[in-house]
Design a protein. Structure first.
Length: 318
């Protein structure tokens, strides 16, 4: 059943009917499937300085059929969307983080992927990047985390993830591994479960920027028919409890006219001196030209960061 749905949305031969795809921006139509998540808590953090709107304005939902899937409707400011996009493209792709490109040896040790793409206008290399791993590296072949491949987890993404976890009741979430996925308009991610983490009670928090995607959430086996959801730029999906071990995948990226990363441009000026923005040249100088290559990337791509706790609470290594 999962594979049939996946194929249906993936096919380019015909335009799939999207009327069953739950769109959180069209709640009137989907209120029979989605309800407010009532257990959220204001944790009183200075959200703006980490790229989030004030907590009072967050809209947090759960699926009626699968209440362990939590959906936060775009809590990011446009500045925030820009910041996390820049981090994913320019910083998280630097060494020592691992990239799918590593075995090709195309990036000299004194350069980074983003620099190479920009300096030499290397669009082939730009399209070739599919993932980067942060913190504990997830070995895709063996599906195990090992202490040998562990980098420091980025402190900004750690803070963001803890704020989100706390807001839905997970006070002790420890971000220890993340996968940053880079999708183009023809990319897909097949159905899978994320079960390599020792700690499967901790939530898996997933942030998306850029083009939209159809996300399929299935059951614990591939026999169950999945629920399709539309994910927009800035949305957060959190897989908790039962949903944490369910099959999911991305059969299709959808081009969108909704570009929230452009809404205010650099009008959120007062933020340029606070928190994560304060020592970032792009925000300091408020130079639209510097943002341009990142915006161009987002126009045809989707970036997804998904953050996991690997270890049992209180344990510091494998
Ligand atoms: O891109 C997404 O939204 C999902 C990514 C995912 O499931 C994964 O990396 O395990
Ligand atoms: Fe996944």
């Amino acid at each position: 059943m999962f594979k049939d749905s996946f194929k249906y949305y993936k096919t380019k031969a015909s335009v799939p009917d999207l009327s069953d795809v739950i769109d959180i921006y069209d709640l009137n139509k989907f209120d029979y499937k989605v309800q407010l998540f009532k257990k959220s808590r204001n944790i009183g953090a200075n959200n703006e300085c980490i790229g989030l709107i004030p907590f009072e304005n967050w809209e947090i939902y759960e699926l009626k059929e699968k209440p362990d899937l939590i959906y936060i409707k775009t809590p990011f400011t446009s500045f925030g969307q820009r910041y996390w996009t820049i981090q994913c493209l320019e910083n998280y792709t630097k060494k020592p983080n691992k990239l799918n490109l590593d075995p090709f040896n195309e990036i000299p040790s004194n350069e980074s992927w983003w620099e190479m793409c920009q300096k030499y206008k290397n669009f082939q290399l730009l399209k070739k990047l599919r993932w980067a791993t942060l913190g504990y590296h997830h070995n895709w072949d063996t599906k195990v985390y090992t202490e040998d491949f562990r980098n420091e987890f980025p402190s900004d993404l750690g803070l963001l993830s803890k704020i989100v976890a706390k807001a839905i009741g997970y006070d002790y979430f420890e971000p220890q591994a993340a996968i940053v996925n880079f999708y183009h308009l023809d990319s897909t991610l097949s159905g899978h479960t994320d079960h390599s983490e020792i700690n499967l009670e901790a939530p898996l928090i997933s942030f998306s920027f850029g083009q939209s995607a159809i996300f399929l959430l299935g059951g614990k086996t591939l026999e169950e028919k999945p629920t399709p959801l539309l994910i927009h730029s800035g949305d957060i999906i959190i897989m908790t409890k039962e949903a944490r071990l369910c099959y999911h995948g991305i059969p299709r990226i959808l081009k969108t006219d909704n570009t929230p990363w452009n809404t205010n441009n650099f009008s959120e000026e007062k933020l340029a001196n606070c928190g994560i923005f304060s020592d970032h040249a792009i925000f300091k100088s408020q130079n639209e030209e510097l943002w341009k290559p990142f915006g161009q990337y987002l126009n045809n791509s989707r970036i997804n960061m998904n953050v996991r706790q690997v270890l049992p609470s209180g344990q510091s290594s494998l």
